[in-house]
Design a protein around this ligand. Structure first.
Ligand code: HEC
Length: 206
């Protein structure tokens, strides 16, 4: 599991398309107004990151309630959400959606210099009751490609503690499964309200 790709790009298809996923996609396509015409990265970023965060939390809550936290481990991944594929279709301007953090579980989510600067700035003035507003950054990658990135802070909620908390908040079987799949894990000992990381939505600069 640690070696699975942790970034969704429009070039990748979802790992396991399920029948239920396509039903969801159809329903969403009918129910959600298509607003892809707005080219504002802030506006699209708010929608994409907001919906993914809600979907991640709901999925985790449901899986923990129905199958327990050990089985839910596979679901704290953007690729596990049917919504991710839907978003790639709905927003062609979106190049990729990924997550990063100062302390990561999957080493594929390590921050680059821009990610780190944003996260460190948030952490320096972090107030649990008032998370900072999303930020937009222009970046030029090593190969000279320009891109625009939208960063949304991800706070730790009570649901997250079953896998990112401390002491006996993480059940022994969950702790063992995490240690097996992510031997380099740094994403524990968080408290409710802490900064956990960021959702990053990347757009082509032109
Ligand atoms: C059932 C266990 C579980 C729960 C509950 C859980 N996570 Fe995770 N989390 C994981 C696993 C496993 C990964 C590594 C996923 C991967 O391989 O990309 C992860 C990765 C992440 C990452 C990506 C950065 C990194 O460390 O690799 C973020 C951000 C994150 N979780 C936030 C949250 C938030 C916020 C919550 C609560 C809403 C939450 N998680 C609840 C297991 C969990």
């Amino acid at each position: 599991m640690p070696n699975l790709p942790s970034t969704i790009t429009r070039r990748l298809s979802p790992a396991k398309p399920l029948a239920a996923a396509s039903v969801c996609t159809l329903l969403l396509a009918v129910l959600l107004p298509l607003v892809a015409s707005a080219a504002d990265p802030k506006e699209i970023g708010d929608q994409v990151a907001g919906r993914l965060f809600t979907s991640l939390m709901t999925t985790l809550q449901e899986k923990i309630a129905s199958e327990g936290p050990e089985a839910a481990i596979a679901y704290c991944r953007l690729e596990a959400l049917p919504l991710t594929a839907q978003i790639a279709e709905e927003f062609p301007q979106v190049q990729s959606v990924r997550r990063t953090a100062l302390r990561v579980r999957n080493s594929g989510n390590q921050p680059d210099a821009t990610d780190r600067a944003v996260l460190e700035e948030w952490l320096a003035s972090w107030k649990p009751a008032a998370p900072p507003k999303p930020v937009i950054k222009q970046v030029t990658t090593d190969d000279g490609t320009k891109a625009i990135r939208y960063y949304r802070p991800v706070p730790v909620m009570a649901t997250c503690l079953a896998c990112h908390g401390s002491g006996n908040e993480i059940a022994p079987n969950v702790r063992a499964a995490i240690a097996r799949d992510y031997p380099q894990d740094q994403a524990v000992d968080f408290q409710e309200g802490d900064l956990r990381g960021a959702i990053v939505v990347t757009f082509d600069a032109e």
